[in-house]
Design a protein around this ligand. Structure first.
Ligand SMILES: [Zn+2]
Ligand SMILES: [Zn+2]
Length: 366
């Protein structure tokens, strides 16, 4: 056991409490990582606040970045001292993993949400007993975690870990939905609905590809100003106006691609109505249970597609180093989205994120 500091969630909707807990030693195929930084994602906020059948007490956090401290038997891909970014876990053995689509792993829920390691051990223990961890194969709201070879991605040691942490989920999700799921050609039109960190990552990817017009839609005028700085050619303030009509005023034949990050039924419907023939809308938000979308099925004729995407259809081992290289080449300037906080200010960081004051808070553990 190693004594570590973790931000423990004891009840839904409660603030995190920083506590000393015991972390188990890495077993076969497992890795102990000293976490230097961890981004906060809206999935953390959702699990913190809404009952989804997950065990409590629990440690969340799934955008960890740090340095490998120890490896268990059989680990060959990383060694102590390696700088790494942590992403979601996958089994490596199912049909989806064999198709190089680990984001649709048949074991995805068990490996990312169950709170225990695949060998059955609960990774963390506090004064009152076991603490569910292994969230997204990490639980990185902590100074040290246990992860696996498949979700531990080696990164260059000369880059700041605080800037690399959000590649593990939010940036991968937004950028991957454009580069991998929609794969637009240069010169095709693309819209982004919702310009939080995931939406702005999608927008930067579309700008990198050369999509035009590139249209950002949001309720927050300040976010639309930033979207313009990051490459949007047009912005639409979602202040109750008809977004479909606003898009068709720019593109009378409709828009080729839309990334929806809102998960709001009427917004998705407005997007489908704005698609050009052969246009496609990818939705990536987790919506509350019971949400329904009504569309006229005729709207999908003309070769249009409405589809979902998880983690940007990205295999983290290939995509994260590729996207980091894009960043280093100046083609993915995500540092504009990041605000850092000391680990002890985790509750303030979450509050600022929910209030829209910051786009991508990143906690610093060291
Ligand atoms: Zn699998
Ligand atoms: Zn996430």
């Amino acid at each position: 056991m190693t004594i570590v500091t973790a931000a423990v969630l004891h009840a839904r909707g409660a603030p995190y409490v920083l506590e000393q807990v015991d972390l188990v030693e890495p077993g076969a195929g497992q890795i102990r990582i000293r976490i230097h930084a961890c981004g906060i994602c809206f999935t953390d906020v959702g699990v913190q606040n809404y009952e989804q059948g997950l065990p409590l007490p629990q440690v969340l956090g799934h955008e960890g970045a740090g340095v490998v401290e120890a490896v268990g038997p059989g680990v060959t891909g990383v060694a102590p001292g390696d700088h790494v970014v942590l992403s979601y876990a996958s089994c490596g053995q199912c049909v989806r993993c064999a198709e190089h689509a680990p984001q649709y792993c048949r074991q995805f829920l068990a490996l990312n949400y169950a709170g225990a390691l695949p060998d059955g051990r609960v990774p963390m223990h506090g004064a009152d007993g076991p603490i569910a961890a292994a969230f997204f194969g990490q639980s990185s709201f902590a100074t040290h975690v246990i992860a696996y070879e498949r979700n531990t991605v080696k990164v260059p040691a000369d880059l700041p870990l605080a800037m690399l942490a959000p590649f593990g989920c939010g940036l991968q999700t937004g950028a991957g939905t454009v580069y991998n799921s929609l794969a637009p050609a240069a010169g095709q039109s693309l819209g982004v609905f919702g310009t939080g960190s995931v939406g702005l990552a999608a927008l930067m990817a579309a700008a990198d590809i050369g999509c035009t017009p590139l249209i950002a839609v949001d309720r927050n005028p300040a976010r639309l100003d930033l979207a313009r700085e990051l490459g949007a050619t047009h912005t639409i303030l979602a202040d109750g106006r008809d977004v479909t009509a606003a898009i068709r005023a720019i593109l009378p034949d409709g828009i080729d691609h839309i990334v929806d990050t809102t998960g709001v039924g009427p917004v998705i419907r407005a997007g489908v109505e704005a698609l050009a023939s052969r246009g496609q809308l990818a939705m990536l938000a987790v919506t509350p249970p019971g949400t329904e979308i009504t569309i006229d099925p005729n709207m999908l004729l003309g070769g249009k597609a409405l589809r979902g995407a998880v983690e940007g259809d990205a295999d983290p081992q290939a995509f994260i180093p590729w996207l980091i290289a894009r960043h280093c080449a100046g083609r993915f300037p995500h540092e504009r989205l990041v605000t850092t906080y000391p680990f002890s200010a985790i509750n303030e960081a979450v509050a600022d994120m929910k209030a829209g004051k910051v786009i991508k808070p990143v906690l610093l553990m060291s």
